[in-house]
Design a protein around this ligand. Structure first.
Ligand code: DGY
Length: 330
């Protein structure tokens, strides 16, 4: 379709977001706004997007080739998330649809939560609170919820992008933690020095760390990156924390490692099958699990939506995306 600059572009906002942050979009575009906080069904999404040039989505809306084929006018999909595994980027590229995401603005907030989840898991804060609320606490006892320490330990970070590095900074500077890291590409020496982190192969990192934190994006190659074999290589009593994507971890294997006592604790902010956790997770001991909220501070969530709005306005206005997703294969 040829772009007619005299017409206001039609844009779908697929979920309830921050009304005031959407205002510039409302002024420049014809907006269809799903003001409900429920995610759209694939059928609804298809019907709503059929005549749209732009879409603002969250991580709950899936964009694939079949949907794109039903939406021939679509020019830009802006997800308010940094992760974009819910968007088929090659299918978009093949149809000339620009995909943008929301990197950088959530790094510090997500790293704060990564530290909270790590500390909460290591020190069993969730289980201890439940124990107290359920009226089970009868007396102080020297071994009650006595687990590992975080300070002075070795933390292995898998995925040393901006979020991983922000976690590393907090752990090293705040708690004297030694940082090992594993990444698809090794950091350049200056960044490695600045992070105070030592590179390791994944297996070495698992064997040498007291705690392991996953902060990498999901990709088909990273599916179940941490399975039974990898968990077996982790140190007895160690902790696994995942703030990346649920699909990185084999959940039944994780639950088994917690039941056997091989793992000391685990913290998951993400899991396969969100929003419904696999029952094996809910039955597992010493697991702190939260509903995908690592980036959920109000200023950060607003900044994520603002960046998606700015991306839509830039592309629909004929300019370049501010934060396009990396090209497939990059
Ligand atoms: C992201 O931005 O990818 C976070 O995981 C929130 O979905």
């Amino acid at each position: 379709m040829t772009h007619d600059p005299s017409r206001r572009p039609r844009v779908l906002v697929a979920r309830k977001l921050f009304d005031d942050v959407l205002q510039p979009l409302r002024e420049a575009c014809e907006l269809q706004y799903n003001e409900s906080d429920d995610s759209a069904t694939p059928q609804q999404l298809r019907a709503w997007l059929r005549d749209k040039q732009g879409a603002l989505i969250t991580g709950s809306e899936r964009i694939d080739g079949a949907l794109l084929d039903a939406c021939p006018e679509l020019r830009v999909v802006a997800t308010m998330t940094v992760g974009y595994d819910h968007v088929d980027v090659p299918a978009c590229a093949a149809r000339g649809v620009v995909v943008t995401h929301a990197p950088d603005v959530l790094d510090e907030t997500t790293a704060d939560f990564g530290m909270a989840l790590l500390l909460g898991a290591v020190r069993q804060i969730g289980a201890a609170e439940r124990y107290l609320r359920e009226g089970l606490w009868k007396r102080w006892s020297a071994e009650l919820f006595a687990g590992a320490d975080l300070h002075g330990s070795t933390l292995g970070i898998v995925g040393m992008g901006r979020i991983g590095r922000a976690v590393a900074r907090r752990a090293a500077l705040g708690l004297g933690v030694r940082i090992l890291y594993h990444n698809r590409r090794r950091l350049d020496p200056a960044l490695e020095r600045e992070s105070g982190a030592e590179y390791r192969g994944l297996d070495e990192l698992l064997r040498q760390s007291d705690h392991v934190l996953l902060a990498l994006p999901y990709s088909a190659e990273a599916r179940h990156l941490i399975g039974a074999a990898e968990l077996a290589h982790m140190r007895p009593g160690s902790t696994l924390v995942n703030i990346g994507r649920g699909g990185l971890v084999d959940e039944p294997a994780l639950a088994a490692a917690l039941h056997s006592g091989h793992l000391g604790a685990a913290g998951l902010d993400v899991f396969e099958g969100e929003p419904t956790p696999n029952p094996v997770l809910l039955d597992a001991p010493r697991l702190l699990i939260t509903p995908h909220i690592a980036s959920a501070s109000l200023p950060t969530r607003r900044a994520m939506v603002r960046l998606a709005v700015d991306n839509l306005l830039a592309v629909l206005g004929g300019g370049a995306a501010l934060t396009p997703v990396p090209a497939p294969g990059a």
